[in-house]
Design a protein around this ligand. Structure first.
Ligand SMILES: *[C@@H]1O[C@H](CO)[C@@H](O)[C@H](O)[C@H]1NC(C)=O
Length: 380
């Protein structure tokens, strides 16, 4: 009990520390280019075109919506974006592209999925897809309030506004067809468990971990229902990563963060159980909606990432238990900033900051997910 309490206070101070640094850095988002485009490939054999990629969730898929809101959970400053041409920080919590950027590129809609709140987007940028995601968000309504970020109902409200914008350009029927042919990506949950459940004591007091896993899944299912009612038909849902292996989780919860930086299994087990339950629920949803033309896919992030963490050298990595930015134990968002020490080679690091994978890791994850993307692109 006692040590738990210490961890919580420590972590809460960390969060408040980030609030103090609120909005110090601010950069605009000029045109993006990857330094090294990489062999993303493209899918040519599909029977039906994909119109757009539309994204909901947290920092794993937020390309910079938080640049436009008042929150401490930002990263639109160096060294984020380090491996873009001219090292442009975009608001992506990464040195480069996210999995959704690789997916957009692969399905041939766009190279970079932009943030919906970017005021410079034209109608063509909107048409081919945007992300409504917000770093720090989660499915539990309490989670986004911790960092004052965009909650899921507001992301949905932005999506409805997006549909109205399209409708005014191409008409209702074309807009509805466009939405029907779009790929939806939903990725969140880590903040619900790591920040909300394990750091902030409120939810832990009223939910067992099993009850919380069900509560998060219930909220996620609600989002999918709502997307469905808004016309979404192809919906992909990412599970949780091995949260016990995130450098920040090791630092905060290992009890001996300097000497023992192994994954903490009891946290990863929470992710495994949640993923199992989520998959079962998604299967049930898919079965009940299949006759109406829906395709709901679970995306396994856990196993590909865990494979990298178990044997980093096999994938060309050298460091796995700390991020590239700073010492790599705690630094993320404002704690990872232009003054931070930086590793000399981002490709050698599984994690770019203490929470978020590097571009190279995201690319490997994308490759692991590619067969599922192929399967639904061919399945019309
Ligand atoms: C960076 O690290 C990767 C992976 O370990 C390695 O293949 C590459 O040669 C390194 N690049 C430099 C410039 O050291």
């Amino acid at each position: 009990m006692r040590s738990h309490h210490t961890h919580s206070s420590f972590s809460l101070s960390f969060i408040f520390f980030m609030f103090l640094f609120f909005n110090i850095f601010s950069f605009s988002t000029p045109k993006l280019e990857p330094v090294n485009p990489g062999p993303v490939g493209s899918y040519h054999k599909r029977k039906q075109p994909v119109s757009a990629i539309l994204v909901f969730g947290d920092s794993t898929v937020d390309p910079g919506n938080n640049n436009y809101i008042e929150t401490a959970f930002k990263c639109n400053f160096p060294p984020y974006g380090l491996d873009f041409k001219n090292s442009i920080p975009t608001g992506r919590f990464c040195n480069g592209r996210l999995v959704t950027d690789f997916v957009g590129s692969y399905i041939g809609v766009k190279e970079f999925v932009p943030a919906y709140l970017d005021p410079n987007l034209g109608i063509n940028d909107l048409m081919s897809g945007v992300s409504f995601a917000s770093a720090g968000s989660g499915f539990d309504p309490l989670t986004p309030t911790i960092g004052n970020v965009i909650d899921i109902p507001t992301q949905l409200e932005h999506f409805r506004e997006y549909k109205r914008k399209l409708e005014s350009k191409i008409g209702k029927q074309n807009m509805e067809k466009h939405i029907k042919e779009a790929i939806f990506c939903v990725s969140a949950g880590t903040n619900d468990f790591v920040i909300n459940y394990f750091l902030v004591p409120i939810r832990r007091k009223s939910f067992t971990i099993e009850a919380y896993q069900q509560f998060v899944t219930y909220n996620l299912k609600q989002l999918i229902q709502d997307l469905w009612h808004e016309g979404a038909r192809i919906i992909t849902v990412a599970g949780l990563p091995p949260i016990g292996c995130l450098p920040i989780v090791i630092t905060v919860f290992s009890g001996e963060p300097l000497t023992n930086r192994r994954c903490i299994d009891r946290f990863s087990t929470v992710a495994i159980n949640y993923n199992f339950y989520l998959q079962k629920e998604l299967d049930l949803m898919q079965k009940s909606l299949a006759h109406l033309g829906s395709k709901i896919f679970y995306l396994d992030v856990y196993n590909p990432l865990y494979e990298i963490i178990l044997d980093p050298r096999k994938f060309g990595f050298e460091e796995v238990s700390r991020g590239c930015c700073g010492i790599g134990y705690l630094e993320a968002s404002v704690l990872c900033n232009p003054k931070s020490y930086l590793c000399s080679n981002t490709s050698a690091y599984v994690f770019f900051d203490s929470i978020h994978p590097s571009e190279k890791t995201y690319f490997i994850l994308f490759k692991a997910l590619r067969p599922i993307i192929d399967s639904f692109l061919g399945s019309f």
